[in-house]
Ligand binder design. Structure first.
Ligand code: SAM
Length: 254
């Protein structure tokens, strides 16, 4: 079933108006929907709706609400990925796959060993990555569109991770602690957060192809992030975030 996102202002009483020009065109010209067809709509914050198309007007589609419910596919655990920006094209893969697996937010990071540099116009890349997230979230029927933030420098992460309940620093040289060790320990905290009806927030910090420098490792763990291994093998920059997120979802969400 087709899924669209609307601003809350477009939801009134018993009807929802789809006014985004690209969506209106997609509904009528690409999907060739007709009056009477059923679609799903999300308000992008809390609720999703089954709606029936009532009318096609000049620049909008008028729909009538058939049912309303809280999101059924949004994870309880809110994971933010702080991703060392990899070389060409890999970020799109990371965005698409982590959105499918349940990421809440993606923060691209310039670290010591990122080879990508911002020669200006980097926001075009971020816009493209956001479009990838927008499309991925429709396909996997999630209610909230994960945000791809503007890139930050590695040492700026510290100012962002303080709001998380735990921060996992994925370090390929970590020999002592696995992500499983840490996640097993925090399960009671997750249950407590659920009882208090607040999200449990996890930071997942992953490096670029060249990994992290010793200085970065010392700096970020000195600021409270927990260094964890994702297993015995060295994962690619685009494999590590997907695997790490899947492990978090397995242990804390399922
Ligand atoms: N410097 C690494 C090497 O020795 O070849 C390559 C870095 S790896 C391609 C990119 C990132 O994935 C790492 O910085 C780390 O964040 C994560 N990663 C890859 N394998 C990992 C593992 N086994 N445990 C923890 N993190 C891993």
């Amino acid at each position: 079933m087709s899924r669209f996102f609307v601003e809350k202002e477009n939801i009134t009483g018993k009807e929802i108006l789809i006014t985004d020009a690209a969506d209106v065109k997609h509904i009528s010209r690409v999907l060739r929907h007709r009056i009477g067809d059923i679609m799903e709509i999300s308000d992008g914050e809390r609720f999703e709706y089954d709606v029936r198309i009532a009318a096609f007007e000049d620049d909008l589609v008028r729909t009538e609400i058939l049912s309303k419910r809280g999101f059924t596919r949004e994870p309880f655990v809110r994971v933010t990925l702080y991703q060392g920006i990899p070389k060409q094209g890999k970020m799109e893969v990371i965005v698409q796959k982590t959105v499918e697996v349940g990421i809440a937010k993606i923060v691209p990071v310039f670290s010591d060993r990122t080879v990508v540099i911002d020669k200006g116009g980097f926001s075009k890349k971020v816009e493209r990555w956001q479009r990838v997230a927008d499309e991925a979230v429709k396909q996997c029927r999630r209610g909230v569109i994960p945000k791809v933030e503007e890139p930050v420098k590695f040492n700026e992460i510290v100012g962002l991770i303080g709001d998380n309940d735990i921060n996992l620093f994925c370090y390929e040289d970590e020999k002592g602690t696995t992500i499983k060790d840490v996640l097993r320990k925090v399960r009671p905290d997750v249950l407590k957060a659920q009882e208090e009806d607040r999200p449990y927030k996890v930071g997942l910090i992953v490096g670029p192809e060249g990994g992290f420098s010793q200085e970065e490792s010392e700096y970020i763990t000195g600021e409270g992030a927990v260094s964890v291994s994702l297993g015995k093998t060295i994962l690619r920059a685009e494999t590590a975030p997907i695997s790490g997120l899947a492990m978090i979802m397995y242990e804390l969400e399922l």
